[in-house]
Design a binder for this molecule. Sequence first.
Ligand SMILES: Cc1cc2nc3c(=O)[nH]c(=O)nc-3n(C[C@H](O)[C@H](O)[C@H](O)COP(=O)(O)OP(=O)(O)OC[C@H]3O[C@@H](n4cnc5c(N)ncnc54)[C@H](O)[C@@H]3O)c2cc1C
Length: 491
Amino acid sequence: MIIKTEKSEFGDYLADASNIPGGAAERVFVPETAEEVAEAVKAAEGPITISGARTGTVGGAVPFGGSVISLEKLNSIVKIDRDAITVTAGAGVILADLQKAVEAEGLYYPPDPTEWSCQIGGTVATNASGARSFKYGSTRDFVRKISLVLADGDTISIERGKHIAENGKLRLTTHSGREIAAKVPTYRKPDVRKDACGFVSGEGVDAIDLFIGSEGTLGIITEVELALVPKPSGSLSGIVFFREESDLLDLVRAAREASFATRAGRSEGIDAALIEYFDRHSLDLIAEKFPEAPEGMAGAVFFEQETTDDNEDALFDAWNELFEGHNAEMEQSWFAVSENDLAKMREFRHALPVAVNERVVRNKQKKIGTDMALPDETFPSFLDYCRGKLDSSGLEYVIFGHIGDNHLHINLLPKDDNEAVRARHLYGRFIAQSIMLGGTVSAEHGIGKLKSRYLYVMYGERYLNEMADLKRAFDPEFRLGPGNMIDRKYL
Ligand SMILES: Cc1cc2nc3c(=O)[nH]c(=O)nc-3n(C[C@H](O)[C@H](O)[C@H](O)COP(=O)(O)OP(=O)(O)OC[C@H]3O[C@@H](n4cnc5c(N)ncnc54)[C@H](O)[C@@H]3O)c2cc1C
């Protein structure tokens, strides 16, 4: 195991994609096995921040003192089981490597947070989701088994379906035989398609779900077994441009309804794997990198549909008809006919959050980006509300993201401190509006250090105390992930 004690050796471990300043640590442990992770926990003797690939956007992997344990060397794919259609991997395996390895076996791992350099352990710890969650759900839906090192160095493995809470209480036994009794929080989760807001809750919770999305606060994930699906034989996708925003939004509504009808067996045909949105400001922001994009558009939709040789032509016609019926600019739109085209479209999608992060750094400001998802009934009014406030604010902004899941990222791009104050004020209003309309304050990025006060707004003191009680059951000295999710005063 490598132990880094000189700051000059471990500067990279003090920041993540959130750009929050002030990261500091005394040492960084880089264990190579689960046993070494346990040794590191014992040797660390104080607070521990768990580090994946640090692509998180809410500061979860940023330490403020104590030790860092990095999972980067637990990077072996242990087994791909073609019969069970699963993969077992060390927590430090990079998502892109896992995707490549399973695809070489004719299998497919759908959760895709559009940032492929993250680690599998990080995606489980944040319950990452992304574009394909529209069809496949989030990381949680694919986790079958996890192995963890707990805050005292003890270890535990949990398989889905084996430990279900009774009357809201869970009993688990660690590998050393220690019994842990934990009470599951009782708050009601918002009725949205995506939620990364605090621990799971409810009566009959599966223990494995407590750790998925726990953001490094309950245990250190060392290995995971993930379900896979057969690799789709083909796909049809495109980035389709619109001159009128209302046409674009109508198209999205129609594509969602058609997809839900297909999945419910009420019709055959359109079943989008992803439906992503770019507003006009997003197109402007990446125009420099993609000069071939048409000018003067109100926005664009990126869609992907899985196909087989048998249905490819019929699906192509069905999507064409849908776009033409909603006045899409077909001549200027891009449709993928090869893997290269598809890679370029994914790059276009990926370029946007990257461009936002670059702009934030260039403006020497903190990122102010929403991650809220809304129920079907209230999403349109939420979008209208936000756009109205944004347009009258005069601030620079972009809106893009997972519109299929009623989940858009509004990124405010203040140019100076004065604008930053106004942007934060607006952000607070969006949070309040989202909660009022039954939404979540974080659909996929998690709470980390940046959003813990919004968790308080969403759940209130009683439920934060319940979260603190749950943490106490696994980590009585509050060593893991200090500052993540639950404000110190509740611990
Ligand atoms: C350009 C860009 C686009 C993104 N798009 C999306 C998106 O569409 N959807 C989405 O969900 N996310 C997105 N993200 C956020 C990020 O990629 C995900 O949150 C990712 O899952 C984090 O993985 P990581 O390995 O980088 O974890 P880190 O950033 O290193 O850590 C994240 C959290 O998990 C904890 N953690 C990490 N590893 C472990 C472990 N082994 N055991 C226990 N806790 C652990 C950390 O302590 C921290 O709290 C995006 C990020 C970027 C930069």
